[in-house]
Every structure is written in structure tokens, then in C-alpha cells.
Design a protein around this ligand. Sequence first.
Ligand code: GLN
Length: 511
Amino acid sequence: MSLTQLTAVELSRQLAAGEVSSVELTQAYLDRIAKYDGAVGAFLRHDADRALSTAKHIDERRAAGEKLGPLAGIPVAVKDILAEVGERTTCASRMLEEFRARYDSTVVARLKAADAVLIGRTNMDEFAMGGSTENSAFQSTHNPWNLKCSPGGSSGGAAAAVASDMAPLSIGTDTGGSIRQPASFCGVTGLKPTYGRVSRYGLVAYASSLDQVGPLARSVDDVALLYQTIAGHDPQDSTSLDEPHALGSSLDTPLKDLRIGVPKEFFAEGLDAEVEAAVREALSTYESLGAKLVKISLPHSKYAVATYYVIAPCEASSNLARYDGVHYGYRADQATIATELAAERAALEEAGERRAAQNLDSVLVRMYRKSRSEAFGPEVKRRIMLGTYALSAGYYDAYYLKALKVRRLIRQDYDQAFEKVDVVAGPVAPTPAFELGSLTDDPLAMYLVDLYTVSANLTGIPALSLPCGISKSGLPIGLQLQAKPLAEDTLLRAGKMYQTATDWHNRRPPL
Ligand code: GLN
């Protein structure tokens, strides 16, 4: 097996034993990026010199006998939505194309403190809005299993980077499925932690009550390693939970008498037959490992997509109000605006429309409008319009408030389910990866892909995506496990049991 195919846990052992240096390892991943990223497009940027110099520094510190962090010398790719001091953080948007962060997000700071080698910044849907990574203003990412297909989204770059061995670990974010669905489409393992587990400080906000940062990797062990590095209380984020998150060595102990809830709503109309077969097969693997399957119902889950697509755009419309061309980000050219305005005014005055000429919007107002209209892509604008509409007087009660009430009912369904079961299982997405371009003209169809993932965000519970099969056309299929808030240990142990018994997570795309 080549170096870049090893898990981060194994790489960490080899680095500690002096069998490989971080410089060699980092170079091996950079070589993969040089060779394959032209076709895959997982990275928006990477800086080989910088990565190698960090690696060299870590090798030197190791040689000097210094105590190093848990990710010492291991490359990690970061979604381009987390601030890193001095670096560009674009969110794959023209709006932030030239934006350089003035401080490190807590997640980046923790990666640095863990002595990780930050190898590059991955592509995503603009401001994390989307499920295919096609909403990036800069490039589309291709699924390493079939370059004609989408890697999923919005963390498509993060998933594709791991799947194509261009990084052993990567950081994504999940507001409605953006870690789990790309993990599923690309055949890697991904965890959306409990809301509040991982700090959002320095994470560019999409929908603040739903956003969570989390790990993507080859295996549950690697996901656990990265999760433990980034999780934990942060006073800089007022929603951060002050709860212990260390997993200890419990991961290797299989869960005795694991009760798996199988909601009938997750196997209803719209689910692809091959996905259903693979997920059911995974459930029987669990049975053979001693787990007990329990039929359950999550009756309100049929409203989850509708609820999510009210709440997420509402929060987005509010969060994105800050991009006004004044504070930071893209600014439309004011000289052009002033010239246009003068011409319009002159024309109106000449036509004798003095009043209209006086009432024209000012350069400043035009500048706000033009900056936003030039720098935001169509999906972002759609969400801003949907959210602004749903929050306006007269509609607030009918849409936003109603959605909050349904959100509570969805959470109650889960609370009841978790009285009877330890985890809830089902598919991650209704189909394997779809072709690039096939859903771009149909936003509603794209939203429906989020059917099984948004509930975990609406309720705040943790959820894991595990590779559990390959379709006839050669595309990965994902199994989703969900657990009650703060039960990441249960989730990861259950995931580990599965990966000990199966080898779907070791499959590689035929790049
Ligand atoms: N596809 C969902 C959306 O577009 C989820 C995105 C996400 O989790 N960031 O909102």
C-alpha cells in the first residue's frame, strides 16, 4: 500500500516511529494533488512551499525530542469557509474572493496547536449553500469515482480530497447534510457532531442555529482522531457546549446489545432501490454483530425538508446582510455608479421630470445593491430572497414561526425514539452521486436530496455517514447513523463495529 493510502492513525504511528518524515508524507500528498487535482478540482488553493516548511519544522521539533500534538506532521485539508489568519477565506464566493482573515478560527487554531500540516483549502458551494459543489463561483469539483458526477456538497472538495488520497483528513461543515452527503457520494466517512460540540468561532455563518464543523476521513478511527482535536468548549462561541468530549479507548469495544432504530419514513417512496438494498444489507450486518433492529417512526420527518428550507434561508438572509460592499468583501466600482447616476439624473431633468430626478437612489444605496448583485451567485440570491420574504411582517408567523414549531415536533420524535433505541439508521441520500449539471436547473429537486440529512441539523443531534456499498454503476452508497445529543461516542463505536466487519471504507476510486 502506498503512503497516501494509509490511515491517519497509521501515519501517525509511522511518523512517531521515525519510519517516515512529515516532509516525505506531505510531498507524497502534494504529488497526488499535482497529478489528480486538475481532473478532480477538490482544492481551491494550496501552497506547497508553506506545507513543506510546516512539515520540515515539525520534523525538526520531533528530532529534537519535543512533545508534539496529536496530528503532528499529518496533512489536513480545510474547507474554504474557516478563517485562517493572513489567508484567503473565500467561501467559494466572488464576494470574499480577496478577503483575508485577520484571525484564526478556533478549528484552525486547534489544528495548528495539534501540529497538523494545513495542506490546502477545499472547494464548496458558495457560502455552503448547495448539495453538489456546483454553486462554487470558481470551479466545479468532480467525483473521483466518476468524473462526470458530482462529489455532493457543499463540502464536495473536502470529500473528494480524501477519496482521491490528496489528504488523509479534511474539515467540512454541515448545515443540512454537507459533510454526510458528500462523504456518502465519495465513499468516505464523515461526522456531523452535536450542535455546539465544535466551535463556530471564525466559521463564516450560513445558518447559525444549524451550522456545525466536522471531520471527513477514510475510517471511523481517523474521524475520531480529527474530531477529538477540534471539539471542545470555546468561550469565543456562546453556543459552544462545555461538556467532556474525549473518547478514550472505548472505540474498540463493540457496543453490547446495540439497539438500532429503523424509521419507516427513511425507507419510503423516492429511495433508490440499490441504496435501499445496501442500507438493509448493512443493517443485517449489524444484526449478525449482535445488534437488535427496532422498527420506529419519525412521523414529522416528512416536513423536515420544508422546515429546513424556511429556517436556513431566513438565517442566511440575516447573516448575509453584512456583505454590503462597505465593511468587507467585494465593492462595486463607485466611479461607474456615480457616472451612471449623473447620466440618469441629467436625462430625467432634460425630460422635465425634476421630482423623479431628485428621488433617484444615492450612490451609496446603488453601491450596496450593485455589490451584492454582482458578487453573489444565483443560489445565494435565491436564499436571500426566500429568507427575507419568510421573515417579513405578515409572513413571519405563517412561515418562520410555523417552521420553528415543526422543528420542535421533529426533535420530539427523536427524543421519543431515543428512549427506545441507541442509534437511528437509514440512508444518507436517496440516490448515489448524480451527474454534474443534472439538477442545476431544478432547485427543488436539489433540495429534496437533503431529505434524510436535515433532521440532524434541525434537532442538533450528531450523525455519521459510513460507506456501505457500491452501486452497479460503480458509485459509493452511504449508511447514516444518528444518536442523541452528545452521544458521539455511541455513534463512533457503532461505526467502528461496522468497519471492523466490512471493508467498504477501504475501497478506492479507479482514478
Ligand atoms: N444542501 C443543503 C443546503 O443547500 C445543505 C448545505 C449544508 O449543509 N451546508 O442548504
